[in-house]
Design a protein around this ligand. Structure first.
Ligand code: SAH
Ligand code: SF4
Ligand code: F3S
Length: 440
């Protein structure tokens, strides 16, 4: 038995990848530990969406490299989006690394592991993904309630700021049968929530050349599986949300009434510069359509502050959009230039760090304001929640839970446990969470 430590940066797709990496390595006698100091193998699964995330990977490698000086038998690996993109600089900056593998090479690990155990230095990064039936390998899921299923990987959109098409390649959908089999295993193992993952989850099936294979139909098929569980899907691209998808969400009682639809900017000129395939008005229409179909739906978004050439007025359009659309929550970030992307070449239009971070702060302030307003709307309503955690404070049992619409709800209860569903009447709202009392 050997100890494996994996540190995961970045998005849910990376978290899901790490669970799969850990599962594959378990076939070779590696057991995951939370304590990096007792590991025989250290792996960092990296993100390169912004410079800050990429820098974190290198600083961690630096620390681990020092450890290896006194413990040369320690194996160090790096994978994920920085690895896929940056193998040359990794070799230069961290020559002691034993294993570099890309996002396309996870299923090559069985042979790579044998090679590093023979003290070879290995680098496996290809542009063509190594594809295997994922159900042939164990998955070491981290959460006991929610299980991720990646259904489509990669992106064909090439938004001008974004590195993902370069780190994850073009869109590749998994076969519906393989996904359903994974879902059945998840339900059998007692998970209560399945989250379907994709950089553009609503593009699911487009590359499989069968018009019946769509996200909407996949939701319908999963909804038919027996068991008490719920289904989520992220991330949606605004103009790819079809009427059929909205209908499927409505029909399927297990599918949560929740949409994550990044808008990125509230100004149509900036959206065009970003190569987003919708205008501000079209985004407004999509939100309106969803809100009229589902009364208690929540819609969350992502925004970038300070895209090259963004004027103060154009930035104000973003703040206005967040208000007018009553968005329930948004992830926010200051624009960070990424290698290979078009926007990174617009250097003459770059804004100063100061302007970007001032705008980011205003975005965050607006976000806090609309989040509180959104939460207050639920006071007096009853939400069905899934218990994710229990904290005991001064002998009172407080349950941390999540509603179908993704709101975090805390309530006191002595009967429910992690993995139980409950109906909770909301009594109090704060910026990031709700409080309530169990009913019925
Ligand atoms: N596929 C999703 C987004 C995936 S990336 C979509 O199309 O909406 C996650 C988020 O990171 C993006 O929504 C964007 O807001 C942010 N992001 C991506 N590239 C960025 C960059 N260069 N600088 C700042 N934020 C960025
Ligand atoms: Fe990046 Fe755009 Fe693809 Fe989203 S749709 S992953 S932002 S290129
Ligand atoms: Fe980061 Fe790669 Fe995800 S760049 S956000 S880990 S797809």
């Amino acid at each position: 038995m050997k100890n494996l430590y994996i540190e995961t940066l970045g998005c849910q797709m990376n978290k899901s990848d790490s669970e799969r990496i850990s599962g594959i390595l378990s076939h070779f006698g590696y057991v995951e530990t939370d304590n990096e100091k007792e590991a025989d193998m250290l792996i960092i699964n990296t993100c390169s969406i912004r410079q800050l995330a990429a820098d974190k990977a290198y600083s961690k490698l630096g620390v681990w490299g020092k450890w290896k000086k006194t413990r040369p038998e320690l194996k160090i690996g790096i994978c994920g989006c920085v690895a896929q993109q940056d193998k040359e600089s990794i070799r230069q900056r961290a020559p002691y690394v034993d294993l570099i593998f890309g996002t396309h090479n996870i299923y090559e690990l069985p042979s790579l592991i044998k090679r590093i155990e023979n003290n070879e230095k290995v680098c496996a990064i290809t542009n063509k993904p190594v594809v295997k039936n994922q159900n042939d390998f164990k998955i070491e899921r981290k959460d006991s309630v929610n299980a991720w299923i990646p259904i489509i990987e990669g992106c064909n959109n090439f938004c001008t700021y974004c590195v993902v098409p370069f780190t994850r390649g073009r869109e590749r959908s998994r076969k519906p049968d393989e996904i359903i089999e994974e879902a059945k295993n998840i339900i059998k193992d007692g998970f209560k929530e399945i989250t379907l993952l994709g950089q553009n989850v609503d593009s699911y099936g487009k590359d499989l050349n069968d018009e019946n294979i769509t996200l909407a139909n996949l939701l319908r098929d999963l909804n038919k599986l027996e068991g008490n569980f719920r289904i989520r899907f992220v991330t949606s691209y605004p103009s790819d949300i079809t009427d059929d998808l909205i209908s499927a969400v409505e029909e399927c009682e297990k599918v949560c009434k929740y949409f994550h639809i990044p808008m990125q900017s509230g100004n149509s000129r900036i959206l065009k510069e970003m190569n987003r395939r919708y205008t501000k008005e079209e985004y407004y229409q999509i939100v309106k359509k969803i809100r009229t179909r589902f009364p208690d739906v929540t819609i969350t978004s992502d925004f970038i502050a300070g895209f090259p050439g963004e004027t103060e007025e154009e930035f104000q359009d973003t703040l206005k959009a967040i208000d007018e659309l009553e968005l329930d929550y948004s992830n926010t970030a200051a624009y960070s230039p990424r290698e290979f992307t078009k926007a990174a070449k617009m250097t003459d239009k770059f804004l100063s760090e100061q302007v970007k971070y001032e705008r980011l702060e205003k975005l965050n302030e607006k976000n806090r304001e609309v989040c509180l307003k959104s939460n207050e709307k639920f006071i007096g309503k009853i939400l069905n929640v899934l218990v994710e955690g229990v904290t005991v404070k001064d002998e009172t049992r407080v349950l941390n839970s999540r509603a179908g619409n993704n709101k975090i709800v805390h309530f006191e209860d002595n009967t429910k446990n992690i993995g139980d569903f409950a109906n909770v009447k909301i009594t109090k709202a704060q910026t990031w969470c709700l409080y309530g009392e169990p009913v019925g």
